[in-house]
Write a protein that binds this ligand. Structure first.
Ligand SMILES: Nc1nc2c(ncn2[C@@H]2O[C@H](COP(=O)(O)OP(=O)(O)OP(=O)(O)O)[C@@H](O)[C@H]2O)c(=O)[nH]1
Ligand SMILES: [Mg+2]
Length: 385
């Protein structure tokens, strides 16, 4: 690594093994903001790296950058794309993406939410080799999932990356999700339109299609409708359309369409985009588009408050000192989890000198009385500082 000079900046934009290992030098808030306003890809990549960082100094700068560019955000169509591993998401994104940048002159950013993806160059190379033409296109920007950490952390970083892409002038954002449970819910909270890709004949169970995910979808698309698979795909589309009729009407007033497509032949791709545009026209006219975004903002507020309180709570020296003993007591069953939590919340936030003696008391089953009012008041004092 040491032979790779810090002053060499090509690593900022080129996908190589040093990407994660060599940190980009920080810019000033206004340099980030100006670079984004000018649509500079290198600045965008560096700003995304900044919002992905968990270092407190980086977080503070990231929030300043986001605040500075906020007026330039919100203009894109945000499209979530989900489906089980192997259904063809990346291939679909490459094909639909090329259609958008080449035929419709769009500027497209592709992001991903994959909490399971490892840190390092592997996923970058993996995503880009699956989208080789799109990755090379000047009007497209592809960024793999931030790696590591909780789903909440990955989703938050992706949301902030999405805003940065909008500030840099991208007017369509795709967010690819791994189709394995909670990540769909997280991506649904980021996007305007949620597209579920499916395969004919794979069976609902195999595709992990829970009713909840079908209910979140704004369109279903049977993909790989090519090479003799067209009729089966069309049949499956009719079956799903029938099944969707049984669902209660969506709050958007939108009827969820079911189509077929092939990322290999390109069949159905223009229609897929027409559907997204029709949804936008429909929901912008009836107010649902703005309402959905407002609801998402409020969800992010709740989430940020929850994460902030949790972080501050666990940072307290008294809590850190007592927690191992309390956890041990709960694990062995000598204290109930609820009673231990009440005691931690009530006393931990309030009293600085709280330490091993408390843990010993908890372990002995001699719980101090919780004092929620004092604990909460203290929490709000801290929040206000
Ligand atoms: N025949 C056919 N094959 C396709 C189509 N789309 C994707 N494939 C193939 O299906 C396989 C999986 O495609 P990917 O695009 O990597 O699928 P994915 O959903 O992104 O997979 P993960 O990222 O691993 O979850 C690849 O071998 C593709 O070539 C299609 O429209 N038709
Ligand atoms: Mg993929």
């Amino acid at each position: 690594m040491s032979h790779f000079p810090q002053s060499h900046v090509s690593y900022l934009t080129s996908p190589n093994a040093y990407f994660a290992a060599v940190p980009a030098p920080l810019l000033s808030t206004s340099d980030y903001a100006q670079g984004l306003a000018a649509g500079q890809r290198g600045t965008l990549a560096r700003a995304i790296t900044l919002v992905e960082s968990t270092l407190p100094a980086h977080q503070a700068l990231a929030q300043a950058v986001l605040a500075a560019v906020l007026p330039r955000t919100g203009g894109a169509v945000r499209l979530g794309i989900t489906g089980v591993p192997g259904v063809g998401k990346s291939t679909f994104i490459e094909a639909l993406g090329l259609y958008l940048v080449e035929k419709l002159d769009k500027k497209l950013a592709v992001l991903a939410v994959d909490p399971s993806s490892p840190r390092g160059g592997g996923s970058i190379l993996g995503d880009k080799t699956r989208m080789p033409r799109l990755a090379a296109h000047e009007r497209a920007f592809i960024r793999p999932s931030p790696a590591g950490g909780s789903l909440g952390g990955v989703a938050r970083a992706t949301r902030e990356a999405l805003l940065l892409c909008e500030a840099a002038g991208y007017d369509v954002i795709f967010v690819e999700t791994v189709g394995v449970g909670q990540s769909e819910v997280a991506v649904h909270g980021l996007v305007d339109f949620f597209l579920l890709l499916m395969l004919a004949g794979a069976g609902d169970e195999l595709q992990g299609v829970k009713r909840g995910i079908m209910e979140m979808a704004d369109a279903l698309l049977l993909t790989k409708a090519d090479a003799g698979n067209e009729a089966a795909a069309a049949r499956a589309a009719r079956d799903y359309a029938g099944a969707l009729h049984l669902f209660p009407p969506a709050a958007s007033g939108w009827t969820v369409p079911v189509g077929t497509c092939s990322a290999l032949t390109g069949a159905g791709l223009p229609e897929a985009w027409t559907t997204v545009e029709a949804y936008r026209a429909h929901t912008q006219a009836n107010g649902y588009w703005a309402e959905r975004r407002a609801q998402q903002q409020l969800q992010w507020l709740d989430e940020a408050v929850r994460q902030g309180l949790e972080g501050r709570f666990y940072e307290q020296p008294a809590v850190r000192a007592a927690l191992p003993g309390v956890r041990a007591a709960v694990a062995t069953g000598s204290v109930t989890p609820f009673a231990a939590a009440e005691a931690l919340l009530g006393r931990g936030a309030a009293r600085a000198g709280w330490d091993a003696a408390f843990a010993a008391a908890v372990a002995a089953g001699d719980l101090p009385e919780p004092d929620m009012s004092e604990g909460l008041a203290n929490e709000f004092d801290r929040a206000g500082q």
